[in-house]
Design a protein around this ligand. Structure first.
Ligand SMILES: *Cc1c(COP(=O)(O)O)cnc(C)c1O
Length: 380
């Protein structure tokens, strides 16, 4: 089955009791048994819910995995992965990382005796050097947020594999349409389905997909034991959003490429970060590793001019100033004061995240309207 068919059919079949073509929202906490222990595979809705089962199977298929495990948010999914570790274990993570993932490792798991090292993964040898006796997990995010660095998943996973260390790729920015980390050797893929998978900015949900029986069993155990499960309504919305994932992401990528070109030529714009630009250091790798270049763009203004940046942030009409990404509508954000405010200024500037850096999540509106919107805001 090809991807565009999978989003609509994989793991999904009409409801056997009624023929309903759409997976019903099983809004129930428990399931009646015919006799003690005699049931239809469902006992209690924290443990299993039929709407969630369909979503999990569909997500597993999209990532070419065998098991999907859904959680109440992307961070709850990450939390479940970290719970497989023990005090004294060590994580190596990319340094340009989603703020919430960084906070979970530095402010929650650190107190449970789990240490993390943050490195630049552009050279896989630097991963080799960072591996310690007690390293148990490699956390990879690519493309990164907000500077859209691209890392070589295959090379990094092969370094980890030699030492029998598990790897997880946060594939939220790329989506399963553009990039499939399990095919490149990762042991787990994480998604914040809040973003492109849901795609309509109307739910919060997370998932992990794997092919590893042992990991899948452990994650399902944690899912049930800890209980950070998504409700059936959110699972339904995610399933509904997924049906258009391929065409949404394709259109958003096409729009983003045109917007990146427009920004590159604009006199008020400084550096543009977009993997689709030939000038981007990860361009060749992205071309190899991803189907298209994604729909996230970051750019700074000439001379890091904050007045111009503020004008753009305050005056766009279709780009809404808000956190998050991956919805059908375009969003504009200011990482220095919003998503990345918790990172000290010197650290931010050192990695290239300037005060004036603006991040765009390009949606699927008409691209001429979007370009006109940015142009008008800059000229205000
Ligand atoms: C949003 C996001 C998360 C966290 O997901 P939530 O659903 O908000 O908990 C993790 N990683 C990346 C890259 C994200 O963008």
């Amino acid at each position: 089955m090809k991807f565009e068919t999978k989003v609509i059919h994989a793991g999904i079949s009409p409801d056997p009791s009624t023929g309903a073509i759409m997976t019903p929202i099983f809004q129930t906490s428990t399931f009646v048994q015919a006799s003690p222990g005699v049931h239809q595979g469902y006992e209690y809705a924290r443990t299993q819910n039929p709407t969630r089962t369909v979503l999990q199977n569909n997500l597993a298929a999209l990532e070419n995995g065998t098991h999907g495990v859904a959680f109440s948010s992307g961070l709850a999914a990450m939390d479940a992965i970290l719970r497989m570790l023990k005090p004294g274990d060590h994580i190596i993570s990319t340094n340009d990382l989603y703020g919430g993932s960084y906070r979970l490792m530095t402010q929650v798991y650190k107190d449970y005796g789990i240490e993390a090292t943050y490195i630049d993964m552009s050279d896989p040898d630097s991963l080799k050097d960072a591996i310690k006796e007690n390293t148990r997990l490699i956390w990879i995010e690519t493309p990164t947020n907000p500077l859209l660095q691209v890392f070589d998943i295959k090379a990094l996973c092969s370094v980890a594999d030699e030492k029998n260390i598990r790897t997880c790729v946060d594939n939220t920015f790329a989506t399963p349409y553009l990039q499939n980390p399990l095919d490149l050797g990762a042991s787990m893929v994480l998604h914040s389905a809040t973003k492109y998978i849901g795609g309509h900015s109307d739910l919060v949900l997370g998932a992990v997909v794997t092919r590893d029986e042992e990991i899948a069993e452990k994650l399902a155990f944690i899912q049930n034991s800890v209980g950070a499960v998504p409700g059936p309504q959110d699972c339904f919305l995610a399933l509904r959003g997924i049906k258009t994932l391929a065409i949404r992401v394709e259109r958003a990528c096409e729009n983003a490429a045109k917007i990146a070109d427009f920004l590159t030529g604009h006199p008020k714009v400084g550096k543009v970060f977009y993997p689709g630009l030939k000038s981007h250091p990860g361009h060749a790798l992205a071309k190899d590793q991803m189907k298209m270049f994604g729909a996230m763009i970051s750019f700074s203004t000439v001379n890091d001019d904050m007045d111009v940046a503020r004008k753009i942030l305050e005056n766009t009409r279709y780009f809404s100033l808000a956190e998050s990404l991956g919805g059908v509508e375009s969003l504009i954000g200011h990482p220095a004061s919003m998503t990345h405010a918790s990172i000290p200024r010197e650290e931010r500037v050192a990695v290239g995240l300037l005060d004036s850096t603006i991040r765009l999540s390009v949606g699927i509106e008409n691209v001429d309207d979007l370009i006109e919107d940015l142009k008008t805001a800059m000229e205000k």
